[in-house]
Design a protein around this ligand. Structure first.
Ligand code: PEP
Length: 250
């Protein structure tokens, strides 16, 4: 039985006052028991969110971390720092990190190692650009991101890895992959993991879809066989829409 997960990626949104407003509202909600709920606030709100949600079934995750454990890396945050404030989960390889902060597969492989060494859970994001899809290169691209970014980890490490398939052309654009496109790629990702590891491991990995998931399209995406949840950007910023997406997951 794979974990069903809905994770909210706040990106660079919500200062501490806005975070508090969100949390007050979130804590009034009734959460379905079979779904793991996560939020990834910006670093400045992480500690507050973790402390505020101690009694609630919501995991607080970091949006990124540096590949080194410590040192002269002005402006960066380490795995140990995240863990020290209760964030045991981290998003790695988000397409915005890849595109705007030049994070390539080799750097991400290092980040993956550091996160695993620090016993963290990783949400590892992969996804193709529109150009790749138009050229029929999307499967190849996804395979390369997996091979170079994460396929060096041990069999055991997969217990702590969640994959998020996020086609870049669908992030923040209002354009979602169709349920069929999502299922086709999720099935391919699972098959690729099975070929490189085993069917047993692949069958246990949760693969989330991300890219303009909204309350009105969440259900049809989540009902696909190989879709185990969502990584939600814009629609996770308001408790009302975030909860509607969570509740769309039956
Ligand atoms: C994301 O940032 O991971 C994302 C999927 O964003 P959005 O839902 O806004 O497309």
């Amino acid at each position: 039985m794979r974990k069903k997960i809905v994770a909210g990626n706040w990106k660079m949104n919500n200062d501490i006052a806005e975070t508090e407003m969100f949390l007050v509202d979130l804590k009034k909600q009734v959460f379905p028991e079979n779904i793991v709920i996560m939020i990834a606030p910006p670093f400045t709100s992480l500690n507050h969110a973790f402390n505020s949600l101690r009694e609630h079934p919501v995991t607080v995750a970091g949006q990124n971390m540096h590949q080194s454990n410590e040192g002269a890396f002005t402006g960066e945050i380490s795995a140990k720092m995240l863990k020290s404030i209760g964030a045991n989960t981290v998003i790695l390889g988000h397409s915005e990190r890849r595109a705007y902060f030049m994070e390539d597969n080799a750097t991400l492989a290092e980040k993956v190692n550091t996160a695993l060494e620090n016993e963290m859970t990783i949400i590892f994001c992969i996804g193709e650009e529109l150009e790749d899809r138009k050229n029929g290169k999307h499967f190849e691209l996804i395979k390369t991101q997996l091979t170079e970014g994460i396929f060096h980890v041990s069999d055991e490490s997969w217990q702590n890895i969640i994959i998020a398939y996020e086609p870049v052309w669908a992030i923040g654009t209002g354009e979602t992959a169709s349920p069929e496109q999502a299922q086709e790629m999720h099935k391919f990702i699972r098959k690729t993991i099975a070929e490189n590891y085993s069917k047993e491991i692949a069958d246990k990995v949760s693969i989330l879809y991300g890219g303009s998931v909204k309350p009105d399209n969440a259900a049809e995406i989540f009902e696909q066989t190989d879709v185990d949840g969502g990584l939600i950007g814009g629609a996770s910023l308001k408790v009302e829409s975030f909860m509607k997406i969570i509740n769309a997951f039956k």
